[in-house]
Every structure is written in C-alpha cells, then in structure tokens.
Design a protein around this ligand. Structure first.
Ligand code: CIR
Length: 421
C-alpha cells in the first residue's frame, strides 16, 4: 500500500505543481488574459487529480482502517486514527500519516500498529501520536518525558546504592542494558532509501574511529564494498554469538513499515575489544547501543558503563541524536519512546514455566511491571531449563535510573513468586 501511495501521490503532486508553476510563469510574462484561462484549466486539472488521489490512494486505506477498528480494537494506531484529523491534513501529510500506520493496517493483529518515519513525526503528528502514546504507556497526554540517569533517591534502591542480584539469593546472571537512538539528520529507518542507509552507516564509521581509540574492537559491515565488510560466514558466526542482528524481512510488522528494506545495505555492528559494548547500525532504530555482562552480580556495572559509552558517542562532533522536548529520545516504535531503554537479566524460573510454556510466567510478571521474552529476544523460545529474559516494560515518562531499579525490585518479587509457586 505504501509503495502505491508513494508513487501515485508524487505523480499527482508533481503534475499539479508543474501546472501551477506554468500558469504563474505565463502570468509573469504578461499573457494575462490567456494566462487566466490557462490557470482556470490547470486549476481544474489539479482539482481532478486531487480527487483521483483521494479515490484511488486514500479511500481504500481509510476503508481498511474503518474495518480494522471494528475487528481489532487492540490495534492502537488504528483505534486512535481519527478520520476528521486525517481530513484536516494536507495531501502530503495525509500520505505521511498513512505511511506511519501502514504496518498496523497491513498487520491487523498489531498491538501498537505504527512506526514514526521521521525524527519530527511525533511532534508534527501530535494529535495522532499523543493519543497512541498515552494509550500504550498509560500516561496523561500533558505529561513530558524527563531524562535522568542519577540513581540517588530512586525508590527501591538499596541503602548502599548497589543493585546486587546475589543479595537477592540469585547466582550471577547474564545482564544487558540497551538504548535505541536515531540520528537527527536522517529519516528514520522506515523512510530511508538505500543511499540514506549507506550514508548513515558512513557517518557512524567516523564515530567508530573515535570509539576504537577508547574501547578498541572493530566495526563489522554488511554493506558490499564497505572497507569493514565481513563475509557471510563471519556474519553468521556473529549472529550465532548474539552479537549481530538478523535480516528483519521475516518480521512483517517491520517490513511493512519499510524498516527491513534494502538489506544488507547500511547494516553493521561495532563491538568493543572486551566484547562488553556493542552498537548495532541499521536495525529497528539507526542505533541500538548496549552493554552486557555474561555473568554479573551488579546491575550498576552495565548501567554505568552504558552511560559512559553513550556520553562518548554523543560527544563526537557532528552526531546529534533525535530528541523531542515532550517525548524524549525519538525511536521508530512508540513503545520504545522516551528512554529507548531496555534493561534485562536472564533468570531461571522453572516452576513458573512448568511444561515449557511462559504463559504462567507472563501472567505473574505483568502486575510486577515486567515483560518475559525468550532467550533470543522477542518471539523466541524460553530455555529448556526455564530460563527467561526478564525486563521492566516501562520506557516512557520513567527515568533511566528508575528502569534499572525497577528491574532489581521486579526480579526480587519474581524470585518470591517462583519460590512460592
Ligand atoms: C506491533 O504493533 O505489535 C508491532 N509493531 C510490534 C510492536 C512491539 N515493539 C517493537 O517492535 N519495538
């Protein structure tokens, strides 16, 4: 749908613009009477083309949205799609809003159903995004996101300030904290073309030169012809080691948003010498910046390391992260908006996963503010021994420090639930 909308709209728009420009030029040259009649004719053509666009491009999409509103009330983007607001937009903005909701329109079972296409979309389409974000994150529309990494004074923080999982009776665990970030100077991944993707990667490669001075390691590129290009076998080994991400084409939510397009151009990954700091380039967001520890006790360790690494990236000349005064750090998916942060541990909860299913674990985790994923991330299987990936679900209108503390409190409560199951 998006592709059709793109081409037919741009044809219509360019013919109309050419027509208007032609008439204006004729008027300037003094052919006034003739120009006036030419102008009338061209205005008529322009009006007719707009009607064709309404009928051929917009009307079928709006009809589909109307029917999904009834069949899938949990699809937030469709639920909050306001036909009157849509009608108030210019033709170009109508097209842009339809591209934003295309994933949810093509995948009626979406929970969120939309992806921002440009760094300014959240503010530009506030009447739409404000409703969706408030619905998903459960915060009032008037609330502004505030960034804060300071742990001092956060409710639930132990007196010594240490988020030590061994104090909860757990063995050292695999822990990871990541943030999604996008560069302000490029379209978001859903709207990028191949050249944008390659240019964004090239810009990041300048930053990786700086990072290598501090953290060592190297950048691995999947872009043919890139100086850091790796072979397919090297790529597969990195995927197996959970260092690199997979082609997203199989994920219809992402591919219908345009996020999976042009694979493998502009895709790659930086890994520090000690392998504890990774930056993905060209996944759902321009950057996924993460720190991990395979067997750690202190959550503070990965959290503080990530903050230092992020500060280093942000201080590099010419790199500006997309940010909204109201919504915080801009991410493709509104579910990640604000902090863009996900803090997780791999935790063994065999009693809550009896029978190999995480259904009961999910039921117990939801009221604790925790999400359950498989060992390899979203939509993957839990471990045969009942190991699950546990993380707080909140990302927006919560501080970074509150997220890691919520992880600590959450696993404490989850351990109590597992022990008494
Ligand atoms: C949906 O709306 O269900 C999908 N677009 C997935 C949303 C989950 N969040 C994400 O990918 N960051």
């Amino acid at each position: 749908m998006a592709t059709v909308a793109k081409s037919s709209h741009s044809n219509v728009a360019s013919i109309a613009m050419a027509a208007a420009a032609g008439a204006a030029a004729a008027a300037t040259l003094g052919f006034t009477a003739q120009a006036e009649s030419t102008m009338d004719v061209l205005k008529g053509i322009s009006g007719q083309l707009s009607s064709i666009e309404e009928a051929v491009v917009f009307a079928p999409a709006l009809a589909k949205i109307g029917s999904i509103k009834k069949s899938h009330p949990g699809n937030l983007a469709v639920k909050d799609f306001d036909f009157d607001y849509f009608a108030s937009l210019s033709s170009a903005d109508k097209k842009a809003l339809l591209a934003i909701v295309n994933s949810g329109v093509q995948n009626a079972d979406s929970g969120m159903g939309c992806y921002a296409m440009n760094p300014t979309d959240y503010d530009k389409f506030e009447p739409f995004f404000g409703a969706v974000i408030s619905d998903y994150h459960g915060v009032p529309r008037s609330q502004h996101h505030v960034t804060d990494w300071k742990l001092d004074g956060v409710a639930g923080l132990p007196a010594d300030g240490k988020l030590d999982v061994t104090k909860l009776g757990l063995p050292p665990v695999s822990m990871r904290v990541r943030v999604g970030r996008n560069l302000a100077d490029f379209p978001l991944p859903g709207a990028m073309n191949k050249d944008d993707r390659v240019a964004m990667e090239a810009k990041m490669q300048i930053a990786f030169v700086e990072l290598k001075k501090k953290y060592g390691g190297r950048y691995h590129s999947l872009t043919p012809g890139n100086p850091d290009f790796i072979t397919d076998d090297e790529y597969k080994a990195l995927v197996k080691a959970h260092v690199m991400f997979k082609d997203m084409a199989a994920d219809t939510y992402l591919s219908d948003a345009g996020i999976a397009s042009d694979w493998p151009f502009g895709r790659g990954c930086y890994q520090s010498e000690d392998k504890g700091f990774i930056i993905w380039v060209g996944e759902e967001d321009h950057l996924r910046i993460m720190c991990m520890e395979p067997k750690g006790s202190l959550i503070n360790g990965v959290f503080e390391r990530l903050k230092t690494a992020l500060d280093t990236v942000e201080s590099i000349e010419g790199l500006k992260f997309a940010h909204s005064e109201k919504y915080g750090y801009v991410t493709s998916c509104p579910t990640n908006l604000g902090t863009g942060m996900r803090a997780s541990v791999l935790m063994k909860i065999p009693k809550l996963c009896k029978g190999g299913s995480d259904a009961n674990a999910k039921k117990v985790c939801k009221p604790l503010g925790l999400g359950v994923r498989g060992m390899g991330g979203e939509h993957t299987a839990i471990g045969a021994d009942g190991t699950c990936d546990i993380s707080p679900t909140a990302r927006f209108c919560i501080s970074e420090a509150e997220i890691v503390t919520a992880l600590y409190t959450g696993i404490k409560n989850l351990k109590a639930a597992e022990d008494s199951a």
